[in-house]
Write a new protein. Sequence first.
Length: 93
Amino acid sequence: ISSGRLLGIIQSCACSDLQQDGPAMTLRTQKPVGFIGVWAEFALMNHSCAPNTAIAVVQDRMLVHAGRDLEQGEELTRSYLPTASMTAPAPQR
């Protein structure tokens, strides 16, 4: 496999974000905690500004949880935006 092809796969399947509660981290004088990894199946999910899933990373596993009851066959969606930007008003995203 060429380096260009490998780079394309990584760019398509990589996911990273900070998993933190900013105010709580400040009060506890803790450093931000984040993750970065490659999860091919996760990369297949489409973006929504109102996603119906939430993610959590535990060690090397990404867990995807439904945020509400889903209809059979309903598409699972996620936000491509960093968690911190989801609190900004929609026009600023």
